[in-house]
Design a protein around this ligand. Structure first.
Ligand code: ITT
Length: 193
């Protein structure tokens, strides 16, 4: 089957296509000629994911899914949260990471979690799937892999940041992987039943 994945982020598309497998072919926004910015004005991951999938369904008619993800840092009242991509007011991740590190300073509570919420639209129905991974924020960057805040985040039970892991290692345990596994399990039941 074909499903539109509402993202402009090539890293995410690659990660998710690898996880859903070959039976589900993911179309990009470019594939369906959607070049405008999809509104994302909610203040929760659920609201944003839902808003994005509804927009695509209404304007383009495709069965689709959209995700919203971000990093919640406990000592910063769960910032940056839905503002993860533009924490510093720009999409420049160097600046976003610098801001997070400076706000956290030497605070002893380094607890954080990555969260993903996926909204799937099949016809008029909507289904939500969630994934989270708990971990800690370092005092500086470590590693060059992955994207976003990966160089800062070490998942609990590991001694490497997401940016120090291989893509396969990260994909086995990430927030997005957990949410996508739930999505994939659902789609298998739905389409092979
Ligand atoms: P789209 O909205 O086009 O999908 P995006 O980059 O805004 O792309 P998200 O809304 O899902 O993606 O995520 C918001 C930000 O949260 C993202 O730009 C990263 O800074 C951060 N983030 C999300 N998932 C991450 C991950 O697996 N590793 C590191 N940072 C992540």
């Amino acid at each position: 089957i074909e499903l539109v994945f509402a993202t402009n982020n090539a890293h995410k598309l690659e990660e998710v296509q690898a996880m859903v497998g070959d039976n589900i072919r993911l179309l990009t926004l470019a594939d369906i000629g959607c070049t405008e910015d999809i509104p994302e004005t909610g203040d929760t991951f659920e609201a944003n994911a839902s808003q994005k999938s509804a927009y695509l369904k209404e304007r383009y008619g495709y069965d689709c899914f959209a995700d919203d993800s971000g990093l919640e840092v406990e000592a910063l009242n769960n910032e940056p949260g839905v503002y993860s991509a533009r924490y510093s007011g720009t999409r420049d991740m160097e600046k976003n990471i610098d801001l997070l590190l400076s706000k956290l300073g030497n605070h002893p509570n380094r607890k954080a979690r990555f969260r993903t919420v996926i909204s799937l639209r099949l016809g008029r129905e909507e289904f939500l799937f969630e994934g989270a991974v708990e971990g800690v924020i370092g005092y500086g960057r470590q590693g060059t892999g992955g994207f976003g805040y990966d160089p800062l985040f070490t998942p609990n039970g590991y001694d490497q940041t997401f940016a120090e892991m291989t893509a396969a290692e990260k994909n086995a345990i990430s927030h997005r992987a957990i949410a996508v596994e739930k999505l994939t399990a659902f789609l298998k039941v739905r389409y092979q039943a």
